[in-house]
Structures are given as C-alpha cells and as structure tokens.
Write a protein that binds this ligand. Sequence first.
Ligand code: DON
Length: 302
Amino acid sequence: MQDVLQRIIDESRPLVKDGQVASYIPELLKADKNNLGIYVVTKDGEFGAGDYNQVFTMQSVSKVITLLCCMIDNDNDAISKKVSFEPTNDGFNSIVTLETKNKNRPLNPLINSGAILCSSLVKGQSKSEKFERILEFAKIITGNAELKVNADVYLSEKDTGSRNRALAYFMHSTGIMEGDVEDNLDVYFRTCSIEVTCKELANIAFCLANDGTINGVELFPRSLAKSVKAIMSMCGMYNESGEMAVNVGLPSKSGVGGGILTVVPNKMGIGVFGPSLNENGSSIGGIEVLKKLSHELDLSIY
Ligand code: DON
C-alpha cells in the first residue's frame, strides 16, 4: 500500500500546476500550491505519502461534521423542513435556488447555504455553545483532542464573507433560518477554520466507513452514517459530484483549503490534501490521486 500511494502521489503531482490556490479568503493564499499528500486508514494499518503532515483548514470538509451534529441533535422531520438532500449543478456558494426552488430551502447540507443553515440547528443556546458542541464532536471523530481554530483564517473569512452573509440574510428573510444571523455565520466561519492534516480527515472517513463506530464503539447510529454517505455521494463535490461518482465512485467531501475526505465503505478512510484547486473549488491533484487509487484498487461502490 505504501508504495502504491507514493507512486500515485508522484504521478499526480504534475497536475497541481493547472490549478490555483483559493484567493477569495486572502489567508488561504499562503498555502503552497505544490503540496500533495494522502493518508489512508484501514483496519490492518495506516499509510501516508507525500505532504500528508501538512496542516490546513477544513473549510467545506467541515460541513460533514456540522451535518452529523445537526442530525444527531434534531429529528429528520425538523431537518427536512429546512434543507433538502438534492444535488446541485451550481457552485458551492450559489444563491439562485434559494429564491426559485425548493420552498426556499437550501438544496443540500453540503453547499454553503445548507451548511450555514445546519450550523443554526446544532444544539446550543449561544454561538459559543454551538461551536463547542461541533468542536468537541470533531475532536472525537478525528481522534485529535488538540484540534483548534486557525484564528488568522477565521478572521480572514469573517472579513471577506459577503457572499455567505448574503446567503444567510436571505435565508433569514424567508424565515427558513432562525436565530441571530451573525451568530450562525460565526459558528460556520469558525468550523471552516478548524485545522487538520490528512490523518484527521482519514479518521473521519474511517468512522463513516465503519457505519459510525470507532474501534467497535458507536459514535452515531448506522442509519445516520448511511444518510451522510449518500448525501456525500450526491452532493459532496458540488457540481462535479456526478463526474466524481463516475471516475472515483466513493462518497467524498472537498474544501477550498485543499482537503478531500473520502469513504471506502467497510474498508478505508482516506484524507487527501492539495491546495491547488480546480474551477469548482476542489483539489485538482487530490481528485487525480483518488481517481488513480480507486481505479488501481477497484474501490468504486458502483
Ligand atoms: O464558505 C466558504 O466560502 C468557505 N469557508 C468554504 C467553501 C469551501 O470550502 C468550498 N469547497 N470546496
């Protein structure tokens, strides 16, 4: 496995020159476009290759964590009144369907509008209680009790978050999102700014691969793990989820920090990192690594 991962990283690295590091959150511009790494967790061992020790912020990969907390804290009916589980062919921060479709509900929890809405539904009386709930859950599922927010990225995103504010205020105006708008945004911005390495992403994916258990102990119910994997398959890569299903065939979630979390049900958790992004805001090298790995080990679930 180690040799396979190293070879795939080496073969995929030339692709990073074709993408760009995220610039709309200025602090993310500091990332090194040439980085590319992977970490794989299986029941028989763990393997890392390339820049797998590099620290980066979760960004939209964190939407999986927020969704899990939201689903643990609320019953299905309460959630489905507020957000649906439909794929999108629009970009991750699109506002258009909030007005035109779907009874003002965000199309799914893995686009920005849906994740901001889910942040508002996490249990807690205040923004700090909601964020602490998410962070504590993140520490357990990643196996890293030291997880913390990158303050510079958080402030950079908060400073430049007009698009997310537009989404949130629009959802507030239609009544679909309750609570204080700026507080809900603050929970979202902080969650996106949690620092991880590929290993933490792989651990999250491995918990989902094992239907919500860690070392045989249940963290959340199997039915919930199944729902989240289904949503990731259809929506986790935004408007390229279809291509991802065809070329990789595994539930995944990307973020503009360069991370991708990928689940191989019953087998593996995978975390990849490569901050050079394609036009959809996903890691260009990371997707290539996942394509090659899925093909070589015949991992597609389809
Ligand atoms: O809200 C934003 O724009 C970022 N914090 C997260 C967006 C993101 O990661 C999109 N994913 N590829």
